[in-house]
Design a protein around this ligand. Structure first.
Ligand SMILES: [Zn+2]
Ligand SMILES: [Zn+2]
Length: 278
């Protein structure tokens, strides 16, 4: 892998809270949160929402490149961020090793027990493919090496039950994911701005409108205006707004994108399938 190798960033799910289908949700997609980064030397995934199933299918069909060692970085274990995990086909292949990282646990054992609690009967009919899955704990602020090359560093977000964003640095480029996050805790916001400093791509939480957020304080999400404030303070290069509310129709999100671009041309609202080359 050369020093100049590009990073291909792709959106597999941009919806928040729960899958949302229907004819008015086709442009931005209904799958819940999942993003991938590929370098040609390997692959990193952020979050395992329902979009992970579509990603696994694309890997199986070889319509995207595949890798035998994959790092999956979880922001947190809310259901919209893990529901795709048991439907990720590559883990059923013997030669795939999936390392799942979380910064929310004291030990790998705690992490495994918590994930197993969710993926067990009668909630789910068991998850039998642990042989190809390694559960690993990361420490906030400490960079850990990725199979694709480069590093990932977790940092705290302001979200119920706690959540962690990730900054990924590879080949002189960076992607910083900071959803799910509620802007307003000055200490945490400052840490996020530091973590995202001059990042090439910042992924921000844009769940609510200005009207909605007045009734949703403490729910752990933000508006695109607040995301843009973080992005501009961090002097990033491009910002991706994500975690679209389940009820938000294509036309409404497209209108939000137009408004946001009048303030800053470097903003995109995430669509399933959107690809960005860094
Ligand atoms: Zn979420
Ligand atoms: Zn959440």
């Amino acid at each position: 892998m050369s020093e100049e190798a590009n990073i291909v960033f792709k959106v597999w799910g941009a919806r928040g809270s729960i899958f949302s289908g229907g004819a008015d949700k086709t442009e931005f997609g209904g799958d819940t949160t999942c993003f991938s980064l590929a370098t040609g030397g390997g692959m990193t995934i952020i979050d395992a929402g329902s979009g992970l199933r579509a990603m696994g299918e694309a890997m199986e069909l070889r319509t995207i490149e595949t890798a035998t060692e994959i790092d999956l970085l979880l922001t947190h274990l809310h259901f919209d961020h893990i529901c795709g995990l048991p439907f990720f086909e590559p883990i059923f292949c013997n030669n795939t090793i999936l390392r799942i990282w979380s910064a929310a646990f004291e030990s790998d054992v705690d992490f495994r027990e918590t994930l197993l609690r969710v993926m067990s009967p009668p909630v789910f009919p068991g998850f039998r493919h642990w042989d190809s899955v390694r559960l690993c704990t990361a420490l906030p602020g400490v960079a850990m090496p990725l199979a694709m090359g480069g590093t990932a560093t977790p940092f705290s977000l302001n979200h119920p039950d706690s959540a962690f964003g990730w900054r990924i640095d590879c080949n002189g480029k960076s992607v910083t994911v900071a959803s799910d996050h509620e802007v307003g805790n000055t200490g945490i916001d400052t840490q996020i701005i530091e973590a995202a400093r001059e990042t090439d791509l910042l992924v921000c939480d844009a769940t609510y409108t200005d009207e909605e957020i007045a009734h949703r304080r403490g729910w752990g999400h933000s508006t695109w205006r607040q995301g843009l404030d973080l992005f501009e303070a961090a002097h990033g290069r491009h910002v991706l707004m994500t975690h679209h509310a389940p009820q938000r129709a294509d036309g409404e999100i497209a209108q939000m994108e137009r408004e946001a671009r009048m303030r800053n041309a470097a903003v995109t609202f995430a669509r399933s399938g959107w690809t960005h080359i860094l």
